[in-house]
Design a protein around this ligand. Structure first.
Ligand SMILES: C[S@@+](CC[C@H](N)C(=O)[O-])C[C@H]1O[C@@H](n2cnc3c(N)ncnc32)[C@H](O)[C@@H]1O
Length: 239
């Protein structure tokens, strides 16, 4: 079965993250003088980011507890001809230092995994320790505020109020996510909203280039990003 899907840089759902991450990696490459960076993708699943990053020439270790996801990742890497640059390791976010060495990575990806971790603060802290000084972290998590809007738009006004008043498990406000990242010893470089229009526009086509442009142009603007489905934070471990 062919696993190759849309490149994350051309989808309105992932284009913003790909763009911010690619720029961060290019900057890291310029600083280190190496085009081949060590990337650790925590909860990287089937390799939606890992394989394209390997195709750019980076060495990517995916740490994920799911044997099925790791098997799909290996097939996808083989189909893309990058098996030698992709390593699949079974493990979880909180125990990542049992799976990889501390300070082994130029970049850590933590996309859609803090929501499923038993202890997000412990997980984020472990992710930070995987980074070399100067390394970057790309952190993506579900936005609590988008849930408020989604529930209200769906007619569940009481649910929207509840989401606003009480902390919602597995969802983060932008400030809460930024605080988690800072508590892990990382310095926040940028914040973006992800999947605002891609999720709000009825029958949106993720590969529509206009939709992608709309996402990219609004993602960094506070008045738009507050309501996006996901919050993205790019951060760096101080040198
Ligand atoms: C929503 S998917 C995100 C996949 C990928 N990072 C992405 O953005 O497309 C969540 C992934 O986290 C993995 N996962 C679940 N619990 C985890 C844990 N405690 N530590 C690390 N990964 C976990 C799942 O197996 C799954 O691959």
């Amino acid at each position: 079965m062919a696993l190759e899907r849309t490149h994350p840089g051309t989808s309105a759902r992932t284009g913003v993250v790909w763009e911010v991450l690619s720029a961060g990696l290019a900057e890291r490459s310029a600083r280190t003088g190496s085009g081949e960076l060590a990337v650790v993708d925590l909860g990287g699943g089937t390799g939606g980011f890992a394989v394209p990053l390997a195709r750019l020439g980076h060495r990517v270790t995916v740490v994920d507890p799911s044997p099925d996801a790791l098997a799909a990742l290996e097939r996808r890497a083989a189909e893309a001809g990058v098996s030698e640059r992709v390593r699949a390791v079974q493990g979880d976010l909180g125990g990542v230092l049992d799976a990889v060495d501390a300070e082994c990575a130029d970049a850590v990806l933590c996309h859609g995994v803090l929501e499923v971790a038993d202890d997000p603060a412990e997980g984020m802290s472990a992710a930070g320790r995987v980074l070399r000084p100067g390394g970057i972290a790309s952190v993506l998590a579900a936005n609590r505020d988008a849930l408020v809007v989604a529930r209200a738009l769906g007619g569940n006004v009481a649910g929207a109020l509840a989401a606003l008043r009480e902390p919602v498990r597995r969802r983060f406000t932008e400030d809460a996510l930024v605080e988690l990242v800072r508590q892990a010893g990382l310095a926040v470089a940028s914040r973006h909203g992800v999947r605002l229009f891609a999720d709000l526009v009825p029958s949106a086509e993720p590969d529509d280039p206009d939709l992608l442009a709309l996402e990219v142009l609004t993602a960094g603007r506070p008045e738009f990003r507050a309501l996006a489905t996901q919050v993205h934070v790019l951060a760096a471990r101080p040198e």
